[in-house]
Design a protein around this ligand. Structure first.
Ligand code: PLP
Length: 416
């Protein structure tokens, strides 16, 4: 690996000096979250017996049942479903949306158009079979306010409708041109919805948000949250899976959607994966802190070099995603190549833009990860179109994250 130039090393030192107070805040958050996670492990008497696994039907899996109690406790929820059989975040969120929905009624999104894969689930992308729409569940949405926050008056108007049985909130920016919402803002939305429609079930897409703050949406009024184990809460160790947490009755409904009515969460062999899910959760608050520092370092460096970044280096980070406007296709390719070449896995391949299904332009993706598609591991991607933005997320260690960003900037500035 080529060492960073003296100029970049100097810039990095200034960036870290600027970020020192932010890094201290991130450390404080990780300490508090670690304490909450540890307490849940202790209260639920985790022992070696939890790390064995079941096969076949997977009845009476002590590890799985203990882990679900721990997730519930950490998230301030009544119950949780934590499964390797939830194939990704989309699957987990889908079970939650079906749990909250009633045929003949409506789902209301209050954070604009949902994440790409969920549009298909709702029935907005042309696909019909199995969607919410197919089962007679309607859809409406309100947009975010001009400042990127929740538009409370619009939410009150839209939720004040007896046909609205479920409200969905997306915490993270996902791959959109918006910012992430803080848990406090999510609490404000929950209060507004409750005032006009106390029966509506509130579901939060919690992807990329877990452990970025010391509270989760279920602590401030959400009925259900759902997310992916190859993002924040898997701590980089979970090999696959998703979770749903919240009200017991709704978690049971989500389980029935995941398996079948009558079986719900009683079945689901863990096949020897329990230890990785426990150990990943134990590490998750620390791992998320590493990813947040990596993102902040990236923002500080690129802001200093004249690029537009969101969030800015000193802005709050309620998710682990960093957006950078690189201004040209060439810059995107070089930056992503730099990230890829400093990865621990597949460092020798060069990412190229490709026509990814569901996008109207080529997409470039850099990811040299141990777990396929894991985005708590450092990864960087973006659609090749104006304003030529890349989305950077993850980083299991700040050290590797920092080295990758220095390398990516070096690659990009060599020829500009
Ligand atoms: C990652 C993500 C999802 C789920 O994506 P999967 O690839 O299915 O895990 C959903 N919503 C948001 C906002 C996300 O970032």
């Amino acid at each position: 690996m080529k060492p960073a130039s003296a100029e970049l090393t100097d810039l990095a030192e200034r960036a870290e000096a600027l970020l020192a107070p932010r890094f201290r805040e991130i450390d404080r958050c990780a300490l508090e979250n670690t304490e909450r996670v540890l307490r849940a492990f202790q209260d639920n008497r985790v022992s070696d017996a939890c790390f064995g696994g079941t096969t076949g039907y997977g009845y009476d899996d002590v590890g799985r049942e203990t882990l679900e109690k721990i997730y519930a406790q950490i998230f301030g929820a009544e119950a949780a479903l934590v499964r390797i059989g939830l194939v990704n975040g989309t699957h987990a969120i889908t079970t939650a949306l079906f749990a909250a929905a009633e045929p003949g009624k409506k789902l209301l999104s209050v954070t604009g158009t949902p994440y790409d894969t969920l549009r298909t689930v709702i029935g907005l992308s042309g696909e019909t079979y199995g969607t919410l729409k197919y089962y007679g569940i309607g859809y409406a949405q309100t947009e975010l306010a001009p400042d990127g926050g929740a538009d409370i008056p619009a939410i009150r108007r839209a939720a004040d409708d007896k046909d609205v049985c479920a409200v969905t909130i997306q915490r993270s920016r996902g791959y959109g041109q918006r910012r992430a919402l803080t848990v406090e803002e999510i609490g404000e939305i929950c209060r507004a919805v409750r005032e006009v429609n106390p029966a509506a079930r509130i579901v939060v897409d919690n992807c990329y948000g877990e452990f970025t703050q010391t509270l989760e949406p279920t602590h401030v009024g959400a009925d259900l949250i759902a997310g992916s184990l190859i993002k924040n809460p898997g701590g980089g160790l979970a090999p696959a899976g998703g979770y749903v947490a919240g009200k017991k009755e709704l978690v049971e409904r989500a389980a029935a959607r995941m398996t079948t009515p009558g079986i719900g969460g009683e079945c689901g062999a863990t096949l020897g994966n329990n230890r990785l899910l426990f150990q990943g959760l134990f590490l998750a608050p620390h791992t998320v802190a590493q990813a947040l520092k990596t993102a902040a370092f990236c923002a500080a460096m690129l802001t200093e070099l004249g690029f537009a970044t969101s969030p800015g280096p000193l802005e709050p980070r309620p998710d682990i995603i960093q957006t950078i406007e690189l201004g040209s296709e060439e810059n995107m390719k070089r930056f992503c190549a730099g990230i890829q070449s400093s990865s621990p896995v597949d460092s020798y391949v060069r990412p190229e833009p490709w026509p990814m299904p569901g996008y109207d332009c080529p997409v470039i993706m850099a990811a040299g990860t141990f777990v396929q598609g894991s985005s708590i591991e450092l990864s960087c991607d973006g659609p090749i179109r104006e304003p030529y933005s890349v989305y950077l997320q993850g980083g299991q260690t700040y050290e590797a994250g920092k080295l990758a960003i220095l390398r990516a900037i070096g690659e990009m500035l060599d020829k500009r």
